[in-house]
Design a protein around this ligand. Structure first.
Ligand SMILES: Nc1ncnc2c1ncn2[C@@H]1O[C@H](COP(=O)(O)OP(=O)(O)O)[C@@H](O)[C@H]1O
Ligand SMILES: [Mg+2]
Length: 261
C-alpha cells in the first residue's frame, strides 16, 4: 500500500484560514474570513440559514472544487500545508480531513464494506487488516455492539441514527486528523442526537472536530469554541462559554438571545 502521510501539525492550531473569500460566480458568499481551529478541540459554526457555514466547512477539504464557478482566494492551511497550493495532494487531503454530511449517506453495500471502503481505496487488501480496521472504526463510532452480528447485512437496513454513526465509522476508518461534520444530527431523533453528541466528545480526544450546527443548545453542550456567521462574514469566534455569556459583537448577542430577524 502506498503510505499516505499525515499533515504536519505543530503547535495548537490544526487549520488556519486567512483573508479567505469565496465566490459562487458573481455572488460573494464568504467575506474576508480569518479563523484558527485549535487542535483536538470541537469548534462549532453557528448562524442563520444561508450565512455560509456549509460553504466554509466544505472549503476545508476542497469539496467546493466540484462546484462550477466557485472561486476561492486567500489561504487555508492544514498544519503548515496550504491546501489550495497546486502541489497539495488531494487524496492526502481527503484522507486526513474527513467529512460527515447532514443526511446519512451510507453506500448501498454491507456494513462491513461501507467501513472498509476508504481503506480499500487506499490499497489495504489483507482480510485480517481490514477486519481489524472495521472493528476498531465501529467501536470508535460507538456502534460495534449493535452491528457486530450483522456486518454482512446491507447498511440501508440500519436506522437513521445508526446510519449516521456508520458514516462516522467510515470517516474514522482512514484515520483522519480532522473531522468535518455538517449538521450531522439535524435529520435524527433526540436519542440518536444524544449518542452522536457523546461520540463527538470522545472523538475530539484524538482529532480536531469542526461541526456546523443550527442548534445553539448543541453548540453550547459540546463545543469548546463557537464561531458565529452572518451573511458570509465570520462575526465572532471565542470559547463557547464566552460566546454564550458575553459576546463582544451586538449581532452575536442578538442571535444568541433570539432577537434575530
Ligand atoms: N453551489 C452553489 N452555487 C451558488 N450559490 C450557492 C451554492 N451553494 C451555496 N450557495 C449560496 O451561498 C450562500 C451560503 O450557503 P451555505 O453555505 O449553504 O449556507 P449555510 O450552510 O449557512 O445555510 C447562500 O446564499 C447559498 O444560496
Ligand atoms: Mg448548511
Amino acid at each position: 500500500m502506498k503510505k499516505i502521510e499525515d499533515f504536519e501539525i505543530k503547535g495548537d492550531i490544526a487549520v488556519s484560514v486567512k483573508e479567505m473569500n469565496l465566490y459562487y460566480g458573481s455572488f460573494h458568499a464568504l467575506r474576508s474570513i480569518y479563523m484558527d481551529f485549535p487542535v483536538k478541540k470541537l469548534t462549532a459554526l453557528i448562524g442563520p440559514s444561508g450565512c455560509g457555514k456549509s460553504t466554509l466547512i466544505k472549503s476545508l477539504n476542497r469539496m467546493n472544487d466540484l462546484v462550477e464557478g466557485c472561486k476561492i482566494t486567500g489561504e487555508i492551511k492544514v498544519g503548515n500545508t496550504n491546501i489550495y497550493d497546486k502541489k497539495c495532494d488531494l487524496p492526502r487531503l481527503r484522507k486526513n480531513v474527513g467529512m460527515v454530511f447532514q443526511r446519512p449517506n451510507p453506500l448501498a453495500m454491507s456494513v462491513y464494506d461501507n467501513v472498509a471502503y476508504g481503506p480499500r481505496t487506499f490499497g489495504i487488501r489483507k482480510k485480517d487488516e481490514l477486519d481489524s480496521i472495521v472493528e476498531h472504526s465501529l467501536k470508535g463510532a460507538a456502534m460495534w455492539e449493535e452491528v457486530k452480528d450483522r456486518l454482512n447485512k446491507s447498511a440501508l437496513g440500519l436506522s437513521g441514527g445508526q446510519q449516521q454513526r456508520l458514516c462516522i465509522a467510515r470517516a474514522l476508518a482512514v484515520q483522519p486528523q480532522i473531522l468535518l461534520m455538517d449538521e450531522p444530527t439535524s435529520a435524527l431523533d433526540p436519542i440518536s442526537t444524544g449518542k452522536i453528541e457523546e461520540l463527538c466528545m470522545e472523538l475530539k480526544k484524538d482529532m480536531t472536530v469542526i461541526m456546523v450546527t443550527h442548534n445553539m443548545q448543541q453548540a453550547f453542550r459540546i463545543a469548546d469554541y463557537t464561531a458565529y456567521f452572518l451573511l458570509g462574514e465570520m462575526i465572532e469566534m471565542d470559547e463557547t462559554k464566552k460566546i454564550f455569556s458575553s459576546p463582544v459583537d451586538k449581532r452575536t448577542d442578538d442571535y444568541i438571545n433570539g432577537r434575530f430577524g
